[in-house]
Design a protein around this ligand. Structure first.
Ligand SMILES: Nc1ncnc2c1ncn2[C@@H]1O[C@H](COP(=O)(O)OP(=O)(O)OP(=O)(O)O)[C@@H](O)[C@H]1O
Ligand SMILES: [Mg+2]
Length: 235
């Protein structure tokens, strides 16, 4: 039985500069997997290549089918959606309008929308407010909710805690925890290493475009390499 997501030998180049080299990773059904690494390691490029937003070489299989080379909308319609780095909401549009942009079609969108607002009361109260008026943590919830509008089986999340105060990061991870408990699989890029290792089942660590380490979250937390290179602590 294959994994839900299987990425093999993925490479991404920008105008001759190699940003991701021969990257292989997998996510099993129901798993939360972390992708760690310093700035410029190639984490966002890896996620963007998986969802078809940048050209890449290598193979990507999702739910036993090749999605290599498919356009992003096709990939989303198969159940793989990304929450982009920096949230990328439309600040002048309302929360309702931002969420509807994430739906695969209008009819299905309304159903998911009602369900999401039941689960995220903060968004329900403010549904007609411009997204730009929300706090950073609330905007991150909207960004996750927008991705959920496409009813994904696997969510790729790029730096959910970027720029957020610790209490807001708590709220975002609470939401991710609820989604995981409901069976949603996720691949999370995160620079808050301890936070994500406490959340995820397994993790990969990237540097200079390649995967240098992988293992269970417990193994990576205890790894001297992770302590030295990613946590900046001496061992
Ligand atoms: N559109 C682009 N055009 C040219 N080079 C790019 C582009 N996007 C990324 N790069 C380069 O590719 C490399 C990897 O970038 P990427 O954004 O994937 O890293 P990252 O691990 O997500 O970093 P960060 O933690 O800062 O978000 C970097 O050297 C970056 O400058
Ligand atoms: Mg990035």
């Amino acid at each position: 039985m294959q994994s839900l997501l299987e990425v093999s030998s993925l490479s991404v180049s920008y105008g001759g500069v190699r940003a991701v080299r021969d990257c292989s990773l997998r996510v099993e059904e129901g798993e939360a997997v972390a992708l760690l690494g310093p700035n410029g390691a190639g984490k966002s490029s890896t996620l963007r290549a998986i969802v078809g937003l940048v050209k890449s070489s290598g193979d990507v299989t999702f739910a036993q089918e090749s999605i290599t080379g498919l356009a992003c909308e096709k990939i989303v319609s198969r159940g793989l959606t990304m929450v982009p780095e920096g949230r990328r909401l439309f600040p002048q549009l309302t929360i309702h309008e931002n969420l509807m942009l994430g739906a695969r079609d209008r009819r299905a969108g309304h159903e998911v929308y009602d369900d999401l607002l039941d689960r995220l009361p903060i968004l329900a109260e403010r549904r007609n407010q411009p997204a730009g008026t929300l706090s950073g943590g609330e905007q991150q919830q909207v960004a996750v909710a927008r991705a959920l509008m496409s009813r994904p089986r696997l969510l790729l999340i790029d730096e959910p805690s970027l720029g957020l105060a610790p209490t807001l990061v708590d709220r975002v991870y609470e939401l991710l925890g609820e989604l995981k408990a409901q069976g949603l699989s996720m691949l999370i890029v995160e620079q808050e290493v301890i936070r994500v290792l406490n959340f995820a089942d397994r993790a990969y660590a990237m540097a200079n475009g390649t995967i240098e380490l992988s293992g269970t979250s417990e193994e990576l937390k205890n790894s001297d390499d992770v302590k030295n290179f990613y946590l900046g602590t001496e061992t």
